[in-house]
Design a protein around this ligand. Structure first.
Ligand code: AMO
Length: 547
């Protein structure tokens, strides 16, 4: 124990016991000290108040002198600015414009000069502000100090910069700021920088990822703001629009089938269960049974754009658990090839029109994802159609031999599909092609067998860059044949859930065929993106259920 910690007897002055005269003197001293302290504190407070008053007066004086005080700051209640314009509508004319845009970057160059990079839907333009009556230094400080990503309303004069602005999308014009108002302020710290997400989920010089795909998808709203994501989402929109355009032009009717269904009828286990009050419901794996029931309902030619759910634990570059399905179903006169040709022309229409209508977006995306190159379409405007067995033969020529059993029971593996895609590209100079007549064993129960050889079926797959984007077939429209096909695939036609579907055929149903396309895959392979998640707004996969 240290000396200082030894127990000691308290001194009289500490107990206040027998030391009255001394205590009187001490209390006088103490009150003197307290008074001194209070006086000191008072003086300090007075000084601080004087300083604050001086600063306030200075600020007021500065504000009074601020020739630009009405030209910046919070957006005024009565906003008399011109109607807003989009950067893309700017002309070379030197005129005043008002824009609403995000601050992509803000930089103070000097007390008299600041720059903003403004962003609208991923497109950037430079704005500059220089101190010259009425623009004040305070306005320059405010402009250059804006938080990145804030949304501002800027009025200014369009001018030609002395040299093109290489970091902007619109390089030959800039805005000379006259007014700048805050509309919605962004936080000072963002979880990632939009400019970092602008690069592909990449590796830097040392091989370390800069912004991983995971970070980008976790912060998808910021990620969507990049020029590349903006362009990709335009392509998705284009695919859906072109699909519906083609369908409607052909007299097809847009249908809306239920996604909550009472039985997991179409395939095995890859269906999500949902609690449906006191029983179990399921999320539809495709509109297959319903689009056929519409044909039985005399609708002749139908299509749908809707979510498709797959409870597959597939963690690959091309599998999602929810994707946008483009489905169609159509009657035919004599042969299912009438529908197959209709579908081939559909794809040629979509892909060629994408190139025509979205050339600017495609060019933007290729800056980030240049590897795959331009998507090659058949030069004669007609889809290349081969039979499944032609594909088998082409692979064999390249040294990939499938056994008899493999040919009829397995279908191609992903690696084989990709290799076949390359072979076909080299031989026929196209990234889009069709394989017809798949083995019956690899197709679902509703598929019509090939009447001339029952080992095969009247079914087809469509490929882009060697990967499947569509699957379809002639369907069995005869009830006895349908029940028999189910039994041959180990399904029980009396099983709950099949009843309504089978009843549709008991009342008679015309011959028909159709197909289902994966919208996200079309976008992915058309653009040569490395991952289907990049072609999905808010992707869902076995690991991801947010945002
Ligand atoms: P299928 O199951 O082959 O056929 O699906 C049709 C198309 O949908 C896309 N696709 C997927 N996209 C992303 N993630 C997935 N997990 C996924 N699974 C499929 C593919 C595929 O070609 N009822 C039939 C269609 C029909 O015959 O009409 C069906 O659903 O692009």
């Amino acid at each position: 124990m240290a000396d200082s910690e030894l127990p000691t007897r308290p001194k009289p002055e500490e107990t206040g016991a027998a030391a009255a005269p001394a205590a009187e003197g001490d209390s006088k001293n103490a009150s003197k000290n307290a008074a001194k302290k209070a006086a000191k504190e008072k003086a300090k407070a007075e000084k601080a108040a004087a300083r604050a008053a001086q600063e306030k007066a200075q600020a007021a004086a500065q504000e009074a002198n601020d020739t630009a005080k009405h030209l910046y700051g919070k957006l005024p209640e009565s906003d008399d600015a011109n109607p807003t314009t989009r950067f893309t509508d700017f002309t070379d004319e030197e005129k005043e414009v008002t824009v609403v845009a995000r601050v992509d970057n803000a930089r103070v160059q000097s007390a008299k000069l600041a720059f903003l990079m403004l962003r609208q839907q991923g497109q950037k333009i430079q704005a500059v502000i220089a101190a010259a009556e009425p623009i004040s230094r305070q306005m320059i400080k405010f402009t250059g100090g804006l938080n990145v990503n804030s949304i501002v309303k800027v009025t200014g004069l369009i001018k030609k910069p002395e040299i093109p602005i290489s970091s902007a999308t619109i390089q030959h014009l800039e805005i000379h700021i006259r007014k700048v108002y805050m509309i919605s302020e962004a936080a000072q710290m963002l979880p990632m920088q939009v400019k970092d997400a602008e690069r592909p989920p990449p590796v830097d010089a040392d091989g370390a990822p800069i912004v991983t795909l995971k970070t980008r998808l976790d912060n998808r709203v910021l990620d969507l703001q990049t020029e590349t994501s903006q362009a990709i989402t335009w392509i998705s929109s284009g695919v859906a629009q072109l699909f519906s355009e083609y369908m409607i032009k052909s007299g097809s009717r847009w249908i809306f089938t239920p996604k909550l269904v009472g039985a997991a009828t179409e395939g095995g286990s890859n269906v999500f269960e949902v609690k449906y009050f006191k029983r179990t419901g399921y999320l539809a794996q495709s509109p297959q049974l319903y689009k056929q029931m519409c044909i039985a309902g005399d609708m002749e030619n139908v299509f749908e754009i809707a979510p498709v759910f797959r409870a597959e634990d597939s963690n690959t570059h091309r599998h999602l658990t929810e994707f946008a399905g483009l489905d169609f179903e159509k009657t035919f006169d004599k042969h299912y090839h009438e529908v197959l040709e209709f579908a081939e022309d559909l794809l040629v229409f979509i892909l060629s029109q994408l190139k025509e209508r979205y050339a600017a977006q495609i060019a933007t995306i290729q800056k980030s994802y240049p590897k795959a190159g331009d998507f090659k379409l058949p030069k004669n405007g007609k889809a290349l159609r081969l039979n499944y067995m032609d594909g088998v033969a082409l692979l064999k020529e390249a040294g990939v031999d499938m056994s008899e059993q493999e040919r009829f029971e397995n279908d191609f593996s992903t690696a084989m599909e990709k290799q076949l895609g390359q072979i076909i590209r080299d031989k026929y100079d196209t990234d889009f092609y069709v394989l017809d007549k798949f083995p019956m064993a690899v197709r679902p129960f509703y598929t019509k067998a090939d009447p001339s050889d029952a080992r095969f079926s009247n079914s087809y797959d469509f490929f882009m860059r060697g990967e499947e984007i569509m699957s379809g077939a002639q369907r069995i429209n005869d009830i006895a044949e349908l029940e028999e096909s189910m039994r041959s695939k180990g399904l029980d036609p009396t099983q709950e859930g099949f009843e309504d579907y089978l009843n549709a055929f008991r009342q008679g149903c015309p011959p028909h065929a159709g197909g289902g396309l994966g919208m996200n895959r079309i976008v992915m392979f058309f653009l040569g993106l490395p991952n289907v998640r990049l072609a999905s707004l808010f992707p869902r996969d076995p690991q991801r259920l947010r945002p």
